[in-house]
Design a protein around this ligand. Structure first.
Ligand code: ZN
Ligand code: ZN
Length: 444
């Protein structure tokens, strides 16, 4: 059985009443504070998202065509486009790192934009596109791995780094990349899960004629939790306690069928889980692998420079120390935070969350949920150093005068980023709340 008027919070499993519309404001879960972005009318209107997605796709093409940075040294000139950065790593036998850079800065953002337009344009015309479900899932899968904004920061760091060595000129691609970063920020603030409501309204004959517009206007109220009707108490009702389960792909709340081992969502056919299976075991395994890769990432050279017959190896910490001693301390801080502090923070926080969840701790769930959200948000920024290496390798290839190649730490470092991101995706945040006590704070 389906419960169209209920939402199960994706972070704490609290059952909430769905408002008919939240009028462009963000609704948040009253127990854990997670924002409920897939509600009708939350965030920007769909017409806006459609227009920004189209503009982002055009800007994406411009970014790929023109060089992002140009560099002149000793009468020679080199330039870096996004594709050239990938090609340099590929030809320098860093094929795995090249694949990482290609997927995170070119392929995944492109897939997301194309898939969104594929869905939004027909829905805008009141038609349901074929393979609606697969395309929506594709967007949800590729979204966390698209890192154009991190690449943008990587370009800025590379410019500051290179200025002391040669003449660096920002290319037209850089301005397009800046605009693309802003547009993708708008596009990714939209939760594609909300498109299920549009699909349901198109399929329902009685709603014909009001479909798209109803999602951007109308009246409603903020989300209220369901509470047991007992005098003097307000115990929490989670989906699990009510014998229900919320689909993680489309958000639909439905009855949990106990005898069915592999129950699928009645709307999107995605596998339903009360809690992600083997969440803690998988998280611990990925964290261990990431911790092991973190050692060579810091000890081995990340870049190898040959200048006029002299060769030099550069580690991540060596690079930070060089910036610090040469007076570029803001750059030293940025690289240190992104490349050393963030991966370490991710490893420590995820280990703490996993240990607390394994022990069934009910200690400060709101704060732990906040820590989990921080880890989810900052995880991608560690890719900064990989992008800086890719751009530096592309720019500095001046024959016998100066050549920089990527070192083995680039691969280890990329592995740390991917493994810690996978670990945080495998951790089920609902485990934080399972022993958090039966009451919620009063809603204001
Ligand atoms: Zn919640
Ligand atoms: Zn579903």
């Amino acid at each position: 059985m389906e419960y169209q008027k209920l939402i199960a919070c994706h972070e704490c499993d609290l059952l909430l009443r769905k408002p008919s519309n939240v009028r462009g404001r963000r609704a948040a879960c009253s127990r854990c504070g997670a924002s409920l972005t897939a509600l009708p009318g939350s965030g920007l209107p769909l017409d806006w998202i459609c227009a920004v997605t189209l503009a982002a796709l055009i800007t994406f093409c411009i970014t790929q065509t023109f060089p992002v940075i140009e560099m002149r040294a000793n009468g020679m000139m080199s330039e870096a486009t996004l594709f050239a950065a990938v090609r340099s790593l590929w030809s320098g036998n860093m094929r795995v790192v090249a694949a990482m850079v290609f997927c995170s800065s070119i392929l995944f953002p492109l897939i997301e934009l194309l898939a969104l337009l594929y869905l939004l344009v027909p829905l805008r015309l009141g038609k349901l596109p074929p393979r609606f479900n697969s395309m929506l899932r594709l967007i949800q899968v590729v979204r966390p791995w698209g890192m154009v904004e991190v690449f943008m920061l990587g370009v800025l760091v590379t410019i500051v780094k290179m200025v002391s060595m040669a003449e660096v000129i920002p290319g037209p691609g850089l301005f397009a990349l800046g605009a693309l970063t802003v547009m993708l920020g708008v596009v990714t603030s939209f939760d594609p899960c909300g498109l299920w409501a549009v699909r349901d309204e198109i399929r329902s004959p009685r709603m014909a004629g009001v479909r798209w517009s109803r999602l951007s206007t109308g009246s409603g109220h903020f989300t209220r939790p369901l509470r047991a009707r007992k005098a003097g108490s307000s115990p929490v009702i989670t989906a699990q306690r009510a014998g229900l389960v919320g689909c993680h792909a489309c958000g639909l709340v439905q009855t949990r069928i106990e005898r069915q081992m592999h129950q699928r969502c009645s709307r999107c056919r995605h596998m339903l889980h009360e809690r992600r299976p083997d969440s803690l075991t998988r998280t611990v395994s990925l964290l261990l692998a990431a911790a092991l890769a973190y050692i060579p990432a810091n000890l081995l050279p990340i870049m190898h420079a040959s200048t006029l017959g002299r060769s030099e190896d550069d580690t991540i910490l060596g690079g930070v120390a060089y910036f610090w001693t040469s007076g570029d301390w803001p750059l030293a801080v940025v690289v240190f935070v992104a490349s050393v502090l963030v991966p370490m923070l991710k490893l420590v926080v995820l280990t703490l969350l996993t240990v607390a969840a394994r022990r069934g701790s009910g200690w400060r769930p709101r704060e732990r949920a906040g820590l989990y959200r921080i880890v989810e948000r900052i995880g991608r920024w560690s890719m900064l150093d990989v992008f800086v290496v890719a751009l530096t390798v592309t720019l500095v290839h001046f024959g016998s005068f100066a050549v920089i190649t990527a070192g083995p730490a680039a691969l280890a470092f990329g592995a740390v980023v991917v493994l810690t991101m996978l670990a945080s995706h495998q951790f089920d945040p609902r485990l934080i709340w399972d022993n958090a006590g039966p009451r919620i704070r009063p809603q204001r």
